[in-house]
Design a protein around this ligand. Structure first.
Ligand code: UN1
Length: 497
């Protein structure tokens, strides 16, 4: 048991109680392969219990005025802030990301708490003129009921806050399945909800596999919304299943994000942006840069400077403050990256740096992969089309801004993109034409702020957004209300004069 953790066996959190599960599995620290804690592998029964608890709690919760619901979120924010360092360390232990990034992720949760708490006093609808005399019309957001959230291991606390906070402030109750690789963040957050005074049943945590727990949630008729972040295959199946049930579903399923470097760019700045957004979090972000689309006039210069900068990256256990690149989440993650290295070589891209797993002292028991650069890649190669989820970048040379934009858009994903240029005309052309949900100018592809919508076009999602005020659209229904105070029957569209 870790000194940072008060248990060696996590339990589900259902109806305000910690419930032991019959079956559990080990949670492994990806930096050293050591077991941190046991996590439940729950069954359908736990999901049914959680949904029932949520359904009962939601009725009362929806009647609590939104500003009072928000008070609890403010408390959640303060508790997260108080425990930021503790939670960040646990996050590094279970996920591997370096401590500085872990702190950043916890901060994202704190920001989300205060932002969404503010929505408790906004959550604006519209008042609008009615078409008849002595009649009043308005629209308002109402909760949908019980919502199911399924969160990934790569941002186990931030993404959970993007989904659960708007759901809760809007008056829903939540059933949450966290990734089994990173359940400790869910444990810490559930404890905070409890201490902040969230009524029992408003949030329920059920640990377990997607196959059993996730599937049971998707098919449960009392769950009216599923919000999912994870792989493309799983997301598409969820959407199909939800579609048949007329269940609302919000999906975020990754990216193949590019940094465009024009010939007039500040190259040193571009290199910094690429290194940070490609190799930070070991490339395990949906927003990670995995393609560099560079104008041929500066290709060689950029490549040289990039290679130089890559040499400075210290790799190791993320708890060491000097380490910049932590481990990959697990062996399956490593295997996938290794496969893509072979694919890239066979496709004829030139491997100029990395491309191998790291072993030896400092890496013992862990899953480490060297920051990798392919150059002379073609836009249609699989390494330039498919999500690798590791520290692997493919450099593609182009001859113009138009071609750069075409290459950027020529993938099935549409999450994030970036352009480095000093030319204001190009900036505006690019931000208009880049077909992604997020566009950066003179910054890398990562670093979304929580009060803006997060999500993307095409294969990245299905038109919904996490975070921002837009998240409320996922977790609320619109209700139109007409009040006729004329004392007589007035027929819309008919008695209009
Ligand atoms: C993700 O990888 O799914 O913009 C989330 C970013 C972070 C969130 C990433 N704020 O990179």
């Amino acid at each position: 048991m870790s000194v940072l953790l008060d248990t060696d066996k996590l339990k589900n959190y259902i109806n305000g109680k910690w419930v032991e599960a019959a079956e559990t599995t080990a949670v492994i620290n990806p930096a050293n392969g050591k077991e941190i804690v046991q996590v439940p592998l729950s069954n359908q029964h736990s999901v049914d219990e959680a949904v029932l608890a949520a359904k009962n709690a939601q009725k009362e919760w929806a009647l609590v005025p939104a500003p009072q619901r928000a008070e609890i979120l403010y408390r959640v924010g303060y508790l997260l802030k108080e425990r930021k360092e503790h939670i960040s360390k646990l996050l590094t232990m279970e996920n591997g990301k370096v401590i500085e990034e872990a702190r950043g992720e916890v901060q994202e949760g704190i920001d989300m708490a205060f932002y969404m708490a503010g929505e408790g006093r906004r959550m604006f609808g519209q008042t609008t003129p009615a078409e008849l005399k002595n009649k009043f019309a308005m629209s308002q957001r109402v909760p949908v009921g019980v919502v199911g959230i399924i969160t990934p291991w790569n941002f186990p606390i931030a993404i959970a806050t993007w989904k659960s906070f708007p759901a809760i402030v809007a008056g829903n109750a939540v059933v949450w399945k966290p990734a089994t690789e990173t359940p400790i963040m869910a444990y810490e957050l559930a404890k905070i909800f409890e201490e902040a005074g969230l009524p029992k049943g408003v949030i329920n945590v059920v640990f377990g596999s997607g196959k059993t727990v996730g599937n049971a949630m998707v098919h449960h008729e009392d769950i009216r919304v599923i919000s999912f972040t994870g792989s493309n295959d799983v997301g598409r199946n969820i959407a199909a299943d939800c579609g048949r049930q007329l269940k609302k579903v919000s999906l975020e399923m990754g990216g193949k994000n590019a940094v465009i470097v024009m010939e007039d760019a500040d190259l040193d700045l571009a290199v910094e942006g690429i290194v940070w957004s490609a190799y930070g979090t070991s490339g395990q972000r949906c927003t990670a840069c995995s393609r560099v689309i560079v104008h041929e006039a500066v290709k060689e210069k950029l490549e040289k400077r990039l290679l130089r900068k890559m040499k400075d990256l210290t790799i190791g256990n993320g708890l060491d403050e000097n380490v910049r690149v932590g481990p990959i989440i697990n062996q399956a993650g490593i295997n996938k990256i290794k496969d893509y290295i072979e694919i890239g070589k066979n496709e004829g891209a030139k491997l100029v740096e990395g491309g191998y797993e790291l072993s030896g002292s400092g890496f013992k028991g862990g899953y480490f992969f060297a920051p990798t650069l392919f150059t002379d890649a073609r836009a249609d190669m699989r390494i330039a089309q498919e999500e690798i989820f590791g520290p692997v970048v493919s450099l593609i040379a182009v001859q113009s801004l138009e071609e750069a934009i075409e290459v950027n858009n020529g993938v099935s994903f549409g999450l994030s993109s970036s352009i480095f240029t000093q030319d204001v005309n190009r900036v505006f052309q690019a931000q208009r034409d880049l077909d992604t949900g997020i566009v950066y100018v003179n910054a890398g592809t990562t670093g979304a702020e929580i009060h803006l919508p997060f999500g993307g076009t095409k294969g990245t999602g299905n038109g919904h957004r996490d975070s921002g005020v837009q998240a409320l659209d996922v977790f609320t229904e619109w209700k139109a209300v007409y009040v006729d105070y004329s004392g007589k029957l007035q027929r819309a569209q008919i008695d209009v004069d």
